[in-house]
Design a protein around this ligand. Sequence first.
Ligand code: FAD
Length: 397
Amino acid sequence: MERFDAVIIGAGAAGMFCAAMAGQAGRRVLLLDNGKKPGRKILMSGGGRCNFTNLYVEPAAYLSQNRHFCKSALARYTQWDFIDLVGKHGIAWHEKTLGQLFCDDSAQQIVDMLVAECEKGGVTTRLRTEVLSVSRDDSGYRLELNGDTVSADKLVIASGGLSMPGLGATPFGYKIAEQFGLKVLPTRAGLVPFTLHKPLLEQLQTLSGVSVSSTITAEDGTLFRENLLFTHRGLSGPAVLQISSYWQPGEFVTVNLVPDCDLAAFLDEQRAAHPNQSLKNTLAMQLPKRLIECLQLLGQIPDVTLKQLNVRDQQALVETLTNWRVQPNGTEGYRTAEVTLGGVDTDELSSRTMEARKVPGLYFIGEVMDVTGWLGGYNFQWAWASAWACAQALASD
Ligand code: FAD
């Protein structure tokens, strides 16, 4: 039976980076994955260009039952450390918006970089490998694989969350946590589009593909200012994906479709300057034409000139456009979600090493635990930072 210092399960962002760092620190590492290729989510990420980190990473951008847990790892391996590594590999990148950094060329470059770092660390990688069982005794961990048995001093679970089962996601990490008596918090899809109830969806069907600059607010007061996209299933776009992580079934979200303008003041100014201008054409200066046409058909925008618009109708219109309360029917679920909220309870883990407090030698890194970032490179930064913290611990024992 082959023995390793550490076996890492999951050759995604966190697993590959942890394997590389521990290997380069002299540890004998085996990296396992059930898929044909490593880093499948990385390849899909950021529209194929991988939004690999964010210039403005801060703990406030992460959801977790323990908001303090992520601080230590994020402070010890920062976005600047990862940017430095990317630079050393000659990968050109650019900031798209809001501090989000993407490869100029392709996400494949990030996977190639991680593979090269693993090779530098002498990591043994086995793909298409199923872990049939895991057991622990005084000598460490023993894993039954399809066709093989291996043992190790340390076991690192980097098997990710449940989102996108088509890319290899499984509940493996949660099952291992439960097997060793660790608490797993309920999971749900995050960074995911909303579906709408049928009457509203039918009313808005002509808007599919329309994108609007907006602010969107959850019932807990969390607000994002990004684009909202109408789709044939409901609502999507960065604003909606962001707020979905703060939304609970049954709750409303509030949308301001004209966040860059004081709409009442704008209408008053336009009325004073152009009293015979149609309301429709006036609103077209602030909103997409298709949205105005749809709201006209729904009777939300009267077919009048500005001088004909009375105070009550103006107030109602401003309310409709700046304070649109929507009750989503649900989300599109794990099928299209970018992340999984919840997971292994961070109270069970050391924030310095990611080791389970009650199970020596067992570590959890990346998305499998209850730490979820905003859209925009925050989730990969958590994968790198938690992996780095774990690798330091593997190297120091
Ligand atoms: P993963 O990257 O999911 O890796 C887990 C690995 O474990 C996988 O390779 C899987 O095959 C393997 N595995 C699972 N179960 C088993 C098992 N039973 N046996 C063996 N192996 C197993 N985040 C960003 O920051 N920026 C982005 O641009 C971005 N874009 C995204 C786009 C999409 C479409 C999706 C789905 C997510 C995106 N994310 C993005 C989120 C990001 O991909 C994840 O947060 C991140 O990959 C988590 O890293 P991880 O290593 O913990 O898990």
